[in-house]
Design a protein around this ligand. Structure first.
Ligand SMILES: [Cu+2]
Length: 153
């Protein structure tokens, strides 16, 4: 009789461990790692917002470095932002606060393409509304911000 009870409790233990492992692997982990499901227009908006990096931006005297300084965009319409370097030296587009988008990762050209070389572009799609201040890492006086309005999303 005692052996039988011990056997049943061992089986119950094995079943419980199996169930919790299954829960962790097939339910908990996929949910914890899941990216939010967003409308296609947010992931791939129909329009872009363009920011120019002006010639002479590596000089502090060039105060019009990121143009416009405030890039205004609308989620689901123009939340894909493209910076074009019109200067003759490389620049970066780097979040002031290490912002990381849930879909597109670090808002920092350095962590994806490195410095933005002359005549090259950097693009980043913000998938959440908000205000995103940024600067240039080699020339910290170069600052700007992107403001993403909620729109209909
Ligand atoms: Cu710069």
């Amino acid at each position: 009789m005692e052996n039988q009870a011990a056997g049943i409790s061992i089986i119950a233990f094995i079943v419980a461990v199996g169930a919790s492992m299954g829960y962790y692997q097939f339910i908990y982990l996929p949910q914890a790692n899941a990216k939010p499901i967003l409308p296609a227009q947010v992931l791939n908006p129909p329009q872009t917002t363009k920011i120019a990096i002006s010639p002479g931006s590596s000089q502090p005297s060039q105060t019009k470095n990121f143009v416009p300084k405030e890039g205004d965009a609308v989620l689901g319409a123009s939340n894909k932002v493209i910076w074009t370097n019109h200067d003759t030296v490389p620049h970066s587009v780097t979040s002031d606060n290490g912002y990381k988008d849930l879909i597109n990762g670090q808002f920092n050209s350095i962590s994806s393409i490195g410095l933005v070389l002359p005549q090259k572009t950097y693009q980043f799609t913000f998938t959440t509304d908000g205000t995103y201040p940024y600067h240039c890492e080699p020339h910290p006086w170069m600052t700007g911000k992107i403001v993403i309005a909620k729109g209909k999303f």
